[in-house]
Design a binder for this molecule. Structure first.
Ligand code: TRP
Length: 463
């Protein structure tokens, strides 16, 4: 691995992987998914999915990467199962799709930072017009992709590690501060009830697959991003405890983001919770009004800091997404790293343009597809999320669990997880991980995959 570079130590890996995980998924997407999927019931299913399905798959991904020191596609060949590199190839497709829209939303976040520091708190009300302003969005998301490419071009420990070590603690601090403020507002309790008291009748099949997709997405799983990051991780480090920290930190950030958002929604809607299910615009429409209530100066400082940190959080995630195809092309085809970074970044930026146009600028992409049995059209950006996040990522996780349990074999997984963690061989976690990768993940994820495709895309509601 000498010339591939690597993380300087365990903290470096944990910081980078947590940086990949923590991003728009936890702060932008999680609250609006909770809002659109009935509240607390979604939160519960999400957390269960993180532990039951995602934890074992995270262990498997990192172990495969570290064992082989290879990219998401090449790793399977090194283990002697070239035909399984299809998992990595599906991952490349998912990663390119995800980065294409993720970069657009990152542009929104960065654009909001600019508007808020200009003192334009009215931007929340103009969200729709703002994101359909094509020249502006091209510049913001173009700028964002340039930043991403710049960090990836600097290599693993130099760029990615450093950015994250500062950003995550700062993000925690600002979210906790805003959460405490939220608790003091009128109607806070109404918001918290929506967020924390589950109504089990709301757990429909749609809630389950949205929560599952959200769990994979927020933990950056199911597409080989963690195979790639694991490949830069050294063998004397503990994969199991590192994974627990990554998952814990991600859930904590998402959970706190919710504790902040729902009291805010209740406050802004005067206790009616109106608009809570409004989708992708949720944080963008609600937060500027909240910052305005601080008064101009404080509003600019706190609101500006919030959107800047959100942009940084997004940046450490876009970096991990870009790293996956870059590592593949550099490892397998010996391409020049610098040129590959810029070329792939440009390519993905262009693929993202339809997502940029799908919030009103182009009627074609705004009403891109009407699923069978659906009454309303779905826009392109949301469609890409349904395909990549909610369908491909769990499918990738499903295949990784089958591969690990029945082809690579559990003994090899055990051996890799024991390296750097002597106690693993005799710990209670081990049998649970075995059951998860052999039975629970393949069976449940397999069933959900089939039902998701039928339900979401073909309108066949089986549950
Ligand atoms: N986890 C990130 C977020 O929640 C997004 C992300 C980064 C991702 N890398 C990924 C999602 C790899 C899936 C796979 O914001």
């Amino acid at each position: 691995m000498s010339n591939r570079g690597g993380f300087s130590n365990r903290l470096g890996f944990v910081a980078a992987a947590a940086g990949s995980a923590i991003g728009l998924g936890s702060i932008w997407k999680f609250p609006f998914e909770v809002g659109s999927n009935g509240g607390a019931a979604f939160v519960l299913v999400y957390i269960l999915c993180c532990f039951i399905f995602c934890f074992p798959i995270m262990l498997a991904e990192v172990a495969i990467g570290r064992k082989t020191h290879k990219n998401a596609v090449g790793a399977f060949g090194v283990l002697g199962f070239k035909q399984w590199s299809i998992i990595g190839k599906l991952g490349l497709v998912s990663g390119v799709l995800i980065l294409s829209f993720y970069n657009v939303v990152s542009g929104w976040a960065f654009g909001f930072f600019v508007e808020i520091i200009k003192g334009n708190f009215g931007i929340g009300k103009e969200f729709g017009a703002f994101i359909s302003n094509v020249p502006l969005m091209l510049s913001y998301s173009g700028f964002f992709m340039v930043m991403t490419a710049f960090i990836v071009a600097k290599g693993i420990s130099g760029g990615i590690e450093k950015a994250t070590k500062i950003m995550i603690p700062a993000l925690f601090v600002i979210l906790i501060g805003l959460m405490m403020y939220a608790f003091t507002l009128d109607h806070a309790f109404t918001g918290l009830k929506f967020y924390l008291i589950p109504d089990f009748s709301k757990i429909t099949f749609k809630v389950i697959y949205s929560a599952l997709g959200q769990a994979f997405f927020s933990l950056s799983l199911g597409m080989g991003a963690l195979i790639t990051y694991g490949s830069y991780f050294s063998r004397d480090n503990n994969i199991v405890s590192s994974s627990v920290i990554i998952i814990g930190a991600t859930i904590a950030i998402a959970f706190i983001a919710g504790l902040m958002m729902f009291p805010f929604v209740a406050y802004i809607s005067q206790g009616t919770m109106q608009g809570v299910g409004s989708g992708a615009g949720l944080i963008f429409t609600v937060l500027p009004g909240v910052f305005e209530s601080f008064g101009t100066t404080l509003g600019i400082v706190i609101g500006g800091a919030f959107f800047l940190l959100l942009s940084f959080a997004a940046l450490t995630s876009t970096v991990s997404l870009l790293e996956v195809p870059v590592a593949y092309l550099v490892d397998e085809y010996k391409w020049n790293r610098q040129k590959t970074v810029w070329g792939v970044a440009l390519f993905i930026f262009l693929i993202g343009i339809p997502s940029m146009l799908s919030s009103g600028a182009s009627p074609f992409f705004t009403e891109f597809i009407t699923y069978l049995g659906a009454s309303k059209a779905t826009d392109f950006l949301t469609f890409v999320q349904h395909v990549a996040n909610d369908t491909f990522l769990p499918l990738g996780g499903f295949m990784i669990s089958i591969f690990t349990a029945y082809y690579w074999k559990k003994e090899n997984l055990d051996a890799e997880l024991t390296a750097g963690n002597e106690g693993y061989a005799t710990s209670w976690v081990r049998p649970l991980v075995h059951i998860a990768v052999s039975f629970v993940c393949p069976i449940i994820l397999g069933i959900i995959f089939v039902l998701t495709v039928l339900d979401r895309f073909f309108g066949v509601a089986l549950i």
